[in-house]
Design a protein around this ligand. Structure first.
Ligand SMILES: [Zn+2]
Ligand SMILES: [Zn+2]
Length: 314
């Protein structure tokens, strides 16, 4: 299984990793930094935000700042970290690359380089012990346990293509500076400027991070647990409309695991996939090019083969 997944991954990713690395394994430790940070974000969203609204109400500028930051940073993960950096499903210019790195850092989900490296391992070794967010270790582990209580091995050999960009390298080497500036400092400055410093901390930082975290975490938990498997019945990744709504379109995850180089996850017009719509729009305005699509015939053939593979004839 592991070897099959490995070979198929290479074939699909156009990456030539000559020899699999010796697996160092993950270590069980309490990562206090993550526990405290994610704990504080969760408490802010569930306790401080309702109390603040009860006490002071909420102004239009607070809602706008929250909404803009929420949309920009959650899409920076799905369009940027996931479909652009980890899977190279389209090409773009340095301005868009900077915007994706800027708002991506604001999610406190590590540098694009580290995120992509772990995510490529997830595709390469799905459902095995090497998968950093292996669903076989349980829903909670795949959702957030892997971040809170485990140290994951990271080997940057699988992201050599990304290291060619000085901007990606800079974001990685100065990640904390990027994350604090884009994720906390700028929303607080905008909040102070509009006379709502505390509101900015609670909504544009705390509540926004809580939603962006869980939206990303659902891709590894929900999308590997609930839904159908029309393209590959032997992988835990699944397609579900609710998963798609929770994750900016990443919920068509069975399709994505079968065709990771496709810029689309939801391929029907009625599939909720805002990340796909953004990439398509970027292409229309000349800001993205070379969007990769799996040919229609191949999609249909794969679906039929998946169905056939489940048939048992007595
Ligand atoms: Zn997955
Ligand atoms: Zn992926």
């Amino acid at each position: 299984m592991g070897m099959t997944a490995y070979l198929r991954y290479n074939e699909l990713m156009d990456l030539s990793i000559a020899t699999p690395q010796v697996f160092q394994g993950r270590k069980k430790i309490v990562r206090w930094g993550s526990v405290i940070f994610i704990g504080a974000v969760t408490m802010t969203a569930l306790v401080a935000a309702p109390l603040y609204i009860y006490q002071f109400g909420v102004s239009r500028s607070e809602i706008i700042l929250f909404a803009v930051y929420f949309i920009a940073t959650s899409l920076a993960i799905t369009v940027g970290y996931h479909r652009y950096f980890a899977h190279s499903t389209f090409k773009t210019n340095p301005v868009i690359r900077f915007v994706l790195l800027f708002f991506g850092a604001a999610t406190f989900e590590q540098s694009a380089l580290k995120w992509s490296s772990l995510h490529r391992v997830h595709h390469q070794y799905t459902d095995t012990e090497r998968d950093p967010y292996n669903i076989k270790d349980g829903f909670f582990y795949a959702h957030v346990g892997w971040i809170l209580f485990w140290k994951q091995p990271v080997n940057y050999d699988n992201v050599k293509d990304l290291l060619k960009s000085r901007l990606i390298k800079h974001q990685h080497e100065h990640y904390q500076f990027w994350a604090l500036t884009s994720g906390i400092l700028i929303p607080l400055l905008l909040g102070a400027w509009t006379g709502h410093l505390l509101g900015a901390l609670i909504f544009a930082v705390g509540l926004r991070l809580f939603l962006v975290f869980n939206s990303a975490f659902f891709i590894n938990s929900f999308a590997h647990t609930f839904g159908s498997r029309p393209y590959d019945p032997f992988v835990s990744a699944r397609d579900h409309w609710l998963g798609a709504i929770l994750t900016n379109g990443e919920g068509y995850h069975n399709y994505h695991h079968r065709f990771p180089n496709d810029y689309r996850n939801g391929i029907q017009w009625y599939h909720w996939d805002p990340s796909k719509w953004i990439i398509w729009t970027l292409e229309k305005i000349g800001m993205a090019r070379d969007l990769r699509r799996t040919p229609r015939e191949q999609i249909i053939k794969t679906r039929q083969e998946a169905e056939m593979s489940l048939m048992t004839i007595e």
